[in-house]
Structures are given as structure tokens and as C-alpha cells.
Design a protein. Structure first.
Length: 237
């Protein structure tokens, strides 16, 4: 039940049509999805689909490894396999996630370039995001420096680009294995994001085309036992 990932081919795609290849109660799988499923620290898209003229609100989306599941508030009708499914994402939600995602990759790129810091984990929400920076003896001065450089890259209007490499070549790339802490998806071809002169990073999320779309990034840190935490929270303005 393979689903074509239309959202990866074009991050700015707001609607698409697919066909039902599986459905059961409130769960439906399509052969072509514009909905991004929860994964890699990015929340799922929300929106609606239309089947035979009836709208269904999509409240959750997930990927089982081969198929993208569109979870609705309401039960889908039976006997709809092969029917067309018109899909419409909530663009304001998606676009916000895209801006945060790009901001996080700028931050982790700077942290690795300047401090060889791995990116252990990150998470995006509708109104903020956070990232753990594995920088030994991290302090407020380091955090402020990364914040300043992040906003400088954003203001420069740098293009966000993607390339694909086969998984085996990733596994032997010291930089990519270090920055990702060896967390490589089990895909034959891995997508890498490149933002200006920053290092390549593994990423299968959605991004803006140019850093100028992100806006101003504001950092917030917390103290743990009197020391600056490695977790940096960001908001956009």
C-alpha cells in the first residue's frame, strides 16, 4: 500500500487528489498524499478531504512505513476503495511548521559547524519549537552567538536546497553520522537539506524555499541546577 509523498516533492503544495487504497472506520490510506504525517519532530498536517462530495476533517496523519493514514473525526463510508479523495491542508498551520523546521536546521547547522554539536532531538509545535544542542559547557554567551548568526542567515535570504544520497554512502559519512548521532532513516535514498554554507543535514520534513521567509527567531533558555540547559526554545516574530 505505497503512498506517493506529494508533500515532499513540493512543500508548497496545498491540495492534491489521490485514490483510496484502504479504509476502516475513521482510518483511510490514499495512494497520493499532500498531508505530512507526524515524524522527525514535525507535527502532522491538519485539514480536510472530500469524498463523493462529503467533507471529512483530518485530525491526525501518520505513516506506517508504506502508507500515509488520514484519520478523520467521522467514520468513512464502506466500499470506497478506488474512489477519488480531494485533499486540502490547513496552509497556515503547515507554513508555520515549515518556517520553524527551517529555523531549527539553521540552528543545528551552526551548532555543528562551530561546536561539532550533534542534534539529538527537536520538536516543532504550532507556536514554538525546541532543540537540544549537545554542546559541552553550553552557556548564555554561546546561545546568544548562535541566535545572532541564525538571524543573520535568515536576513541574507539564503535558498534552502535538497539532494538525495543512497543510504550506504550516508553510513560512511563521518559528518552526517555525527550531526545526526547515527539516526539514519531506513530508506534506500536519504534526503539532505542544504542551507547556504552550513553542513548537509538529514531531513525529510517540509521547509520554506528561502530563509527570508522564516522571520526573526527568538531564543529562550532555561536553567538546570544553575546552568544553562542544552534545550533551546524558539519562537518566531
Amino acid at each position: 500500500m505505497d503512498t506517493k509523498l506529494a508533500y515532499l516533492e513540493d512543500n508548497y503544495l496545498k491540495e492534491a487528489t489521490g485514490k483510496v487504497i484502504f479504509n476502516e472506520f475513521t482510518d483511510l490510506i490514499v495512494d497520493n498524499s499532500v498531508f505530512f504525517p507526524t515524524g522527525e519532530g514535525q507535527p502532522n498536517d491538519r485539514g480536510k478531504i472530500v469524498i463523493e462530495g462529503k467533507e471529512y476533517e483530518i485530525i491526525d496523519t501518520w505513516n506506517d512505513g508504506t502508507g500515509v493514514h488520514l484519520i478523520s473525526h467521522d467514520t468513512y463510508p464502506e466500499n470506497i476503495k478506488g474512489k477519488d479523495v480531494k485533499q486540502y491542508i490547513d496552509w497556515s498551520v503547515r507554513y508555520g511548521h515549515m518556517k520553524f523546521r527551517t529555523a531549527l536546521r539553521i540552528i543545528t547547522g551552526i551548532a555543528y559547524r562551530d561546536y561539532k554539536a550533534a542534534n539529538r532531538i527537536n520538536q516543532t509545535y504550532d507556536d514554538q519549537a525546541w532543540v537540544d544542542l549537545e554542546i559541552p559547557e553550553i552557556n548564555e554567551e554561546i546561545v546568544k552567538k548562535i541566535e545572532m548568526e541564525t538571524n543573520e542567515i535568515i536576513k541574507k535570504g539564503v535558498n534552502v536546497e535538497f539532494v538525495y544520497r543512497d543510504r550506504n554512502s550516508i553510513l560512511t559519512d563521518t559528518d552526517l553520522m555525527t550531526i545526526s548521532r547515527g539516526n539514519v532513516p531506513d530508506f534506500p535514498n536519504i534526503r539532505l537539506v542544504k542551507i547556504g554554507e552550513l553542513p548537509y543535514q538529514i531531513d525529510h520534513g517540509t521547509h520554506v524555499r528561502n530563509t527570508s521567509e522564516v522571520g526573526t527567531v527568538n531564543f529562550k533558555t532555561t536553567l538546570v541546577k544553575g546552568k544553562v540547559s542544552k534545550r533551546v526554545i524558539i519562537t518566531l516574530a
